[in-house]
Every structure is written in structure tokens, then in C-alpha cells.
Design a protein around this ligand. Structure first.
Ligand SMILES: Nc1ncnc2c1ncn2[C@@H]1O[C@H](COP(=O)(O)OP(=O)(O)OP(=O)(O)O)[C@@H](O)[C@H]1O
Ligand SMILES: [Mg+2]
Length: 435
């Protein structure tokens, strides 16, 4: 749940930030195209107007210059040309500057200009009528003044344009600053969210693993407890069978033997007594075999080594496989409770060889090393393949028994194919290991 939340927060932060940045960039673009570009174009037109006004000023100066041989009317066409250009420039300028200009400003420029042209027309008409002197007075008194007023107005507009350009630059810088600041904040927030999510993930994983480990331990403990209980129960039953019933059957047998001797020779009673005695003997054998199968009493009497010596030929006969048995090292006594686990592992491994490997031969090696006891069961059969449809508990029990012995058990694929089971039980732990 926390993980999900962390993910949502991180994603939401990314989406929100992307949206914010897009918005800021769009604003920036609008500012650039609406303001800065228009401003620049507008300034160009204003400069053009200023140029034209300067040309007019120069022309008027020349007209007033008395050295000029031409009559005033000669300037008429030049004025006309400048007028056309000026009109065009003014029209374009007003389109560009319309957004920022007050109506008074626009009107002022236009009306000043038209007044200027009216005065010019009047001046030229005076000149055409031959009143050169009046015309010159007109230029000096009216036209030059109007021209310079126009020049001032245009210069002021240019300054205004510059100022607004500076303002726009400041706005752009402010946007950049803001975006940068937000980027840091966003980065910080996202990193925090990621950090918190990761911490949560680590913590919940740790908790999960701890639970898993605890469960696994419990399971293992339970299995080992069950194995121990099973062994002690089997041992008890095996003892009872061997001692109690063995004893009784032995006693019954010897009593029957004595009774048989007392019965007259050749009598049917004697024959029947012998038959009953034989049955008692067979039952005694069965009880002993059963007792041995449940728990080899031999383990307690002649130790692990003796039990294995007896068991190998027995299992060869039972399962019909040839077992090559090797024994090395000086045998040492194992505590009874430990011996039975080694014995059961051998039993299960050999049963598996007979049931699953398909091999007819097996190698059993029992080594009493100074530091540990080693038991190997090897076959050259088909080896471990895909897991069985219905998994058994043989391997699991073998592992648990190895654990009970504080030893290790390995199941490896043998080089020549087949399986190698290797059990190793450290000797020093072995002595302290009670049932
Ligand atoms: N020596 C072997 N060669 C080939 N396959 C083996 C050998 N030993 C075990 N296996 C495979 O491992 C599987 C598990 O063995 P395990 O002893 O745990 O179960 P099982 O023998 O099928 O049943 P259970 O032992 O509980 O009666 C077997 O089903 C078999 O496929
Ligand atoms: Mg098995």
C-alpha cells in the first residue's frame, strides 16, 4: 500500500512538473513573439520615420540657403517622395505599436504629420504663386518647428520601445529564475518520495524475509520433533516386541519342547506338540524381523558399523541390487540417537536407488575420519530429473536428519550420470548430540 502511494506521488509530481514547465515555456514564447519581436520591428519603422524626418530637415535647410540657384518648387517632388515613404512607414508602425500605444499618442503623431503636410502644401502653393519670400518665412516659422516637434515625438517613442524591451528582458529573466527554483524544489520532492518509497520497500522486504525465516525455522523444528518422536516410538515398540514377545515366545517354545519329550513316542499328541513348537519358532522369527525393521536393536548393541555390515547384504537381497560396500577408518562409537539417523539416511538413499535410479548397482562408502563421519551412496542410474508429480518426503526427511546431526547432506549429479548422496557428520558435535 505504501509502495503504491509512493509510486503515485512520484508520478503525480512528474506530471505536474511537466505541465508547469510546458506552461512556463508557452508563456515565454508568447512574450517573445508578442512583445520582443513586435518591439524590434516597431523600432525599425520608427528609425525609418526618423530618417525621413531628417531628410526633410536637410531639404528645408537647403531651401532656406540663399546660395541655392533653384526655385523652392524644385523641392516639391523630393518632398512628395519622402511623404510617400513616411506614410507607409507610419501606417506599418501604427499596426505594430497599436497594442502599447495610447490613443492620444497615435493621434498626436498622425495629426502632427498631417498638419505638417498641410503647411508644406501651403508653402509650395505660395512658392508657385511667386511669393518666394512668404514661402521661406513659412518654412522658417512653421515647418521647421513642426518638423522638430515630430522628431522629438518619434525619439520619445523609440525610448519607450527600448524601455519596454528592457522590461520584457527582465520578465524573461524572472521566468527563468522561477522555473529554476521550481526545478530544485521538484527535484528535492521527487528524490524524497523515491527515498521514502525505497526505505519502505527495504523495510517491508526485511520484515517479509524475517517472517519467512521464522516460518522456515518453525517448520524445520516441527519436522525434527516429529522425526525424533517417531524414532523413539519405533524404538520403544521394537524393544517391546523383541523383549516381551521374544521372551514369551522363547518360553512357550522351550515349554513345548519339554512337553513333547514327556509325550509318548509316536503318539499324535507328540506330533501336534512339535507342530505348535514350530509355529511358535516361526512367529518368534517374524517378531524378531519386525522388531529389527522398526528399529535395529543392533544399533544399540553393536553400533552403526555393525548395523551397516548386517544391513547391506539384507537390502541387497530385498531389492535385488548389487552393493559395493567400502569401509575405512577406525570405527568409533556413535551415540545411539545419532546412529539411527545415519542408518535411516542410508536406508532412504538405497530405497531411492532401487525405486528411481533404474540402476542395478550401487556404491556405499562409510568413512570414519578423525574429524567427521562420512557416508556416500552413489549410483549410475538416470539421476535426478524433473520434479516428481507427487513429491515425496524422503529427501526432506534426509535433510532434517542431517540437521539434527548438525551435519551436512548434499545431493549431486554424478559425473558419469546418476546420483551421489554425501552425508558428513562432524565428530565433536556428535558426542553431545542426544536424542
Ligand atoms: N537415486 C535417485 N535417482 C534418480 N532419481 C532420484 C533418486 N533419488 C531421488 N530421486 C528423485 O527425487 C524424487 C524425490 O525423492 P524422495 O525420496 O523425496 O521421494 P520419493 O522417494 O518419491 O517418496 P518417499 O521417499 O517419500 O517415499 C523422487 O521422486 C525421484 O524422482
Ligand atoms: Mg524416497
Amino acid at each position: 500500500m505504501g509502495l503504491f502511494l509512493g509510486l503515485i506521488i512520484t508520478l503525480a509530481a512528474v506530471v505536474a512538473y511537466s505541465w508547469y514547465v510546458t506552461l512556463q515555456v508557452a508563456g515565454l514564447r508568447a512574450l517573445q513573439s508578442n512583445l520582443v519581436d513586435r518591439n524590434r520591428k516597431d523600432s525599425l519603422q520608427l528609425l525609418r520615420i526618423q530618417d525621413d524626418l531628417n531628410s526633410l530637415a536637410l531639404a528645408m535647410r537647403d531651401m532656406l540657403d540663399n546660395d541655392e540657384p533653384y526655385p523652392l518648387t524644385a523641392w516639391s517632388s523630393q518632398f512628395q517622395r519622402i511623404r510617400t515613404d513616411l506614410d507607409d512607414a507610419l501606417q506599418k508602425e501604427q499596426q505594430l505599436g497599436v497594442t502599447r500605444r495610447t490613443p492620444e499618442q497615435s493621434r498626436y503623431l498622425e495629426s502632427s504629420l498631417s498638419q505638417f503636410w498641410d503647411a508644406t502644401d501651403r508653402t509650395f502653393s505660395l512658392a508657385r504663386d511667386g511669393k518666394e519670400k512668404d514661402a521661406r518665412d513659412q518654412i522658417r516659422l512653421t515647418l521647421q518647428a513642426r518638423q522638430s516637434a515630430l522628431g522629438t515625438a518619434v525619439a520619445r517613442l523609440l525610448v519607450e520601445n527600448n524601455e519596454s524591451e528592457e522590461l520584457a528582458a527582465k520578465q524573461v529573466a524572472a521566468i527563468y529564475d522561477r522555473v529554476q527554483r521550481q526545478a530544485y524544489i521538484f527535484l528535492g520532492a521527487t528524490l524524497t518520495a523515491i527515498l521514502l518509497t525505497s526505505l519502505y520497500l527495504i523495510r517491508s522486504n526485511r520484515r517479509l524475509f524475517a517472517q519467512l525465516a521464522a516460518l522456515s525455522n518453525q517448520r524445520s523444528e516441527l519436522a525434527q520433533q516429529l522425526i525424533s518422536t517417531q524414532e523413539s516410538t519405533l524404538r520403544y515398540i521394537s524393544r517391546e516386541l523383541h523383549d516381551e514377545f521374544g521372551q514369551i515366545l522363547t518360553a512357550v517354545g522351550s515349554m513345548l519342547g519339554r512337553a513333547e519329550k514327556h509325550a509318548p513316542e509316536g503318539s499324535p499328541l507328540r506330533t501336534e506338540l512339535r507342530e505348535v513348537n514350530e509355529i511358535a519358532q516361526a512367529t518368534l522369527d517374524n517378531v524378531r524381523t519386525l522388531s529389527q525393521a522398526l528399529h535395529p536393536v543392533m544399533l544399540d548393541e553393536s553400533g552403526l558399523e555393525g548395523t551397516v555390515d548386517w544391513y547391506i547384504p539384507t537390502v541387497e537381497k530385498q531389492n535385488g541390487i548389487v552393493i559395493h560396500y567400502e569401509k575405512s577408518g577406525t570405527p568409533y562409537a556413535m551415540n545411539g540417537g545419532s546412529g539411527v539417523h545415519v542408518y535411516r539416511i542410508l536406508q532412504e538413499a538405497l530405497n531411492n536407488v532401487a525405486r528411481h535410479s533404474g540402476a542395478k548397482e550401487s556404491w556405499v562408502r562409510l568413512r570414519f575420519r578423525p574429524e567427521a563421519l562420512e557416508l556416500e551412496i552413489e549410483d549410475h542410474g538416470r539421476g535426478f530429473s524433473a520434479p516428481a508429480a507427487k513429491p515425496g518426503i524422503g529427501l526432506v526427511a534426509m535433510r532434517e536428519r542431517a540437521e539434527l546431526l548438525h551435519g551436512t547432506i548434499q545431493f549431486t549429479r554424478h559425473a558419469q550420470g546418476g546420483t551421489l548422496v554425501r552425508l558428513r557428520v562432524p565428530r565433536e558435535r556428535q558426542e553431545t548430540n542426544a536424542e
